[in-house]
Design a protein around this ligand. Structure first.
Ligand SMILES: *Cc1c(COP(=O)(O)O)cnc(C)c1O
Length: 356
């Protein structure tokens, strides 16, 4: 039995994998694979409709927003957000909380002026800056809700008169979100929502069509809305598996229920990191992520041996990102708390063996 703490593509629910595997051979008893049917077939159209419906339901998406399933990952959205929302000669505000935020703002610079309202670069992004002002003349304010690499998370979202654009790639559907507080939400599916290959976009319709620039069809949210995410061939299988995962989440009680579980998982793990003399946390307590738990060892020479112990116990994917080092346990929606306890047991066993 493996315990998958990988940061992304991340763990998917076992039931979902079983359903997906069956659909590869025979999709819903039609005698064809999900991989070989037309995206215009009624069978796939109902998959896409269902996926959109589940997003709207799980997030209580209000009227006036469109839900899109696009390709190119969150990294493409780094460019499409300014392409579609930043007028010629306009300005956008960015909160720099890590490498992903930095990549996003670099793309925005191709389209207009970028103001970095605050950055936590001074401490290798181990906290979320809180003292800043968003310029009232900015077209939007871009934030990253969860910083996958550093293990920090915005515990509260800014309420701003400037439309908020949010990269939610690594905590989408892990917690309650009031969509009305955002102008644009985007997320690569592969951390917490489905497999790699599809990107969720939730956009407020009234923000579109104001840039004064020509936008190629595939990069234009309006074309994608008009085409119902099918301007071209959509990533059929990735959308199907995302739909199954969203359905799984709904059956578990939706975002409210999973948020409680995620908080419980994070709490027991951080408690162990704080308590265990061999390990130490890396982020400011108040900004700790409930999705990616980063920690290091008091004695870095122990790290290899601890990784080996984890490997023996089927604990997978906890090596930290190279820019932070140490360990990162990603505890996404589909990871059961029992896996977290296996990791905690390993930490305790290691501490016992290596007592000073
Ligand atoms: C993984 C990740 C990305 C990059 O996603 P791609 O889909 O690979 O482009 C962007 N932002 C955040 C917060 C991420 O965790």
């Amino acid at each position: 039995m493996k315990h998958n703490f990988g940061a992304g593509p991340g763990i998917l629910p076992h039931e979902v994998l079983k359903q997906a595997a069956a659909a590869v051979l025979d999709f819903g008893g039609i005698g064809l694979s999900i991989l070989e049917i037309s995206h215009r077939s009624p069978e796939f159209e109902s998959v896409l409709d269902e996926a959109v419906k589940l997003v709207k339901e799980l997030f209580s998406v209000p009227e006036g927003y469109s839900v899109l399933f696009l390709q190119g990952g969150a990294s493409t959205q780094f460019a499409l957000a300014p392409y579609n929302l930043l007028p010629e000669g306009g300005k956008a505000a960015y909160l720099e909380t890590g490498v992903w935020a930095n990549k996003a703002l670099k793309e925005a610079k191709l389209f207009g002026e970028v103001e970095i309202v605050a950055s936590s670069k001074d401490k290798n992004f181990n906290y979320i800056p809180k003292d800043y002002k968003v310029p009232a003349d900015a077209a939007y304010f871009h934030i990253t809700s969860n910083n996958t690499i550093y293990g920090t998370q915005l515990q509260e979202f800014p309420k701003s008169s400037v439309p908020v654009v949010c990269d939610m790639s690594s905590d989408i559907f892990s917690r309650k979100v009031n969509v009305a507080d955002f102008g644009l939400i985007y997320a690569g599916a592969q951390k917490n929502m489905g497999p790699a290959g599809v990107t969720l976009v939730i956009v407020k319709d009234s923000l579109l069509g104001k840039t004064g620039r020509k936008i190629p069809a595939m990069f234009n949210y309006q074309t994608q809305i008009e085409g119902g995410s099918m301007y071209n061939t959509p990533p059929v299988f990735a959308i199907y598996v995302s739909m199954l995962t969203l359905n799984w989440l709904k059956s578990k009680g939706g975002v409210d229920a999973i948020e409680k579980e995620n908080i419980a998982k994070a709490r027991v793990l951080y408690e162990e990191i704080d308590r265990n003399p061999l390990f130490k946390p890396v982020c400011e307590v108040e900004d700790r992520s409930h999705m990616n738990v980063c920690f290091v060892m008091e004695n870095p020479e122990h790290e290899k041996a601890f990784l080996r112990l984890c490997d023996d116990k089927g604990i997978i994917g906890i090596k930290g990102h190279r820019s932070v080092g140490g360990f990162r346990a990603s505890i996404y929606n589909a990871l059961p708390i029992t896996s977290v306890y296996v990791l905690i047991d390993a930490m305790q066993e290691f501490a016992e063996k290596n007592k000073a």
